[in-house]
Ligand binder design. Structure first.
Ligand code: MTE
Length: 314
């Protein structure tokens, strides 16, 4: 396992979104001229993942400014306030990092992060993220399909679900000293959801590594589900025959179901899910926007739930 990240930059040096966008356009234009790839000679690929190709799955909606993406977070391992993770997550040590892949796979293994990331598979995907609390963002993630990873470890015929766990280390994650959730943070997907091409394992955003508060060094992103399904700082992935339980289900099964698909027609027991506030856009006159079924990804994913009562399987 390698312990050094050859291209990493301190987060403080990361490009703000305007420079990032013009740099991307420059890269895209230069890439088109040169047939793609990184352009070290031009000095435009200074962020670690700036050369990751854009994806056809991206939305063209305006990006949420980086400062909102990195300062308004949910990461209860570092406190329950929205600004706690940005303040506290520096205690998380993300190198070296290993991920255990096991359960119903033919080739179980514990693999160092650098070995898990196949640079050729990295893409930039601009996705909407809709939190169950009623806010949303548009984020340029850098990642690779979870399906690519799962195929490498060869799920057996008994694998029906995928269970994920965050690191458990109360010294690095002081929020775990309090019983706010049943630690470690746990999430799960049905195998077909996990294998869907939209389901991403992310290692970066805005062209650089994930900031700790956003789930460094490895975080799941499932764009048609509420944000809490996108588990951060993953150390364990297990394929299972039985449906795994998730931290939010354990905390309150009436409010948070296993599926948690974005659904404007099924209210959270304490508030409506019909509308959302786009972070960075708020002003006195800004109207909340309507929330879309499956967060707008229905064309790609609705078939996964055909025939299911989405009020029962929320
Ligand atoms: N993962 C872990 N390990 N711990 C958490 O508290 N919060 C979830 C999810 N992943 C959480 C987590 C919730 S509630 C949301 S809305 C998103 O992360 C927030 O992601 P963001 O802070 O990058 O916007």
């Amino acid at each position: 396992m390698r312990t050094r990240r050859p291209y990493s930059l301190p987060w403080s040096q990361v490009t703000p979104e305007k420079t990032y966008l013009s740099r991307r356009r420059l890269l895209a234009a230069a890439g088109a001229m040169l047939g793609g790839g990184l352009l070290p000679g031009l000095g435009v690929a200074s962020s670690r993942f700036a050369g990751a190709p854009a994806s056809r799955f991206s939305t063209d909606e305006p990006l949420t400014p980086l400062k909102h993406v990195t300062s308004y977070n949910n990461f209860y391992e570092f406190g329950t306030g929205k600004d706690d993770p940005a303040r506290n997550a520096h205690t998380l040590k993300t190198t070296p990092w290993a991920v255990e892949i096991g359960g119903e796979v033919t080739r179980p293994a514990t693999v160092g992060l650098e070995e898990l990331i196949q640079p050729a598979h990295l893409e930039e995907r601009i996705y909407r993220l809709r939190c169950v609390e009623g806010w949303s963002m548009v984020i340029p993630w850098v990642g690779f399909p979870l399906a690519d990873l799962l195929k490498r470890f060869q799920p057996t015929s008994r694998a029906n679900y995928v269970a994920f766990e965050t690191l458990y280390d109360p010294e690095q994650m002081p929020g775990q000293k309090r019983p706010v959730l049943d630690w470690p943070y746990r999430e799960g997907l049905r195998l077909d959801e996990a294998m869907h091409p939209l389901t991403l394992l992310t290692v970066g955003l805005y062209g650089n590594e994930l900031p700790n508060q956003n789930g460094a060094p490895l975080r799941l992103v499932v764009p048609w589900k509420y944000g809490f399904k996108s588990i951060k700082s993953i150390v364990r992935i297990r394929l299972t025959e039985q449906r795994p339980t998730t931290s939010w289900e354990m905390a309150n099964a009436r409010e948070y179901g296993f599926y948690s698909n974005v659904n404007p027609e099924v209210d959270h027991p304490r508030w409506s899910q019909a509308r959302e506030r786009r972070l960075g856009e708020e002003s006195l006159f800004q109207k909340k926007r309507p929330t879309l079924m499956f967060n707008g990804y229905g064309e790609q994913v609705a078939h996964l739930y055909q025939g299911m009562d989405l009020r029962k399987y929320y």
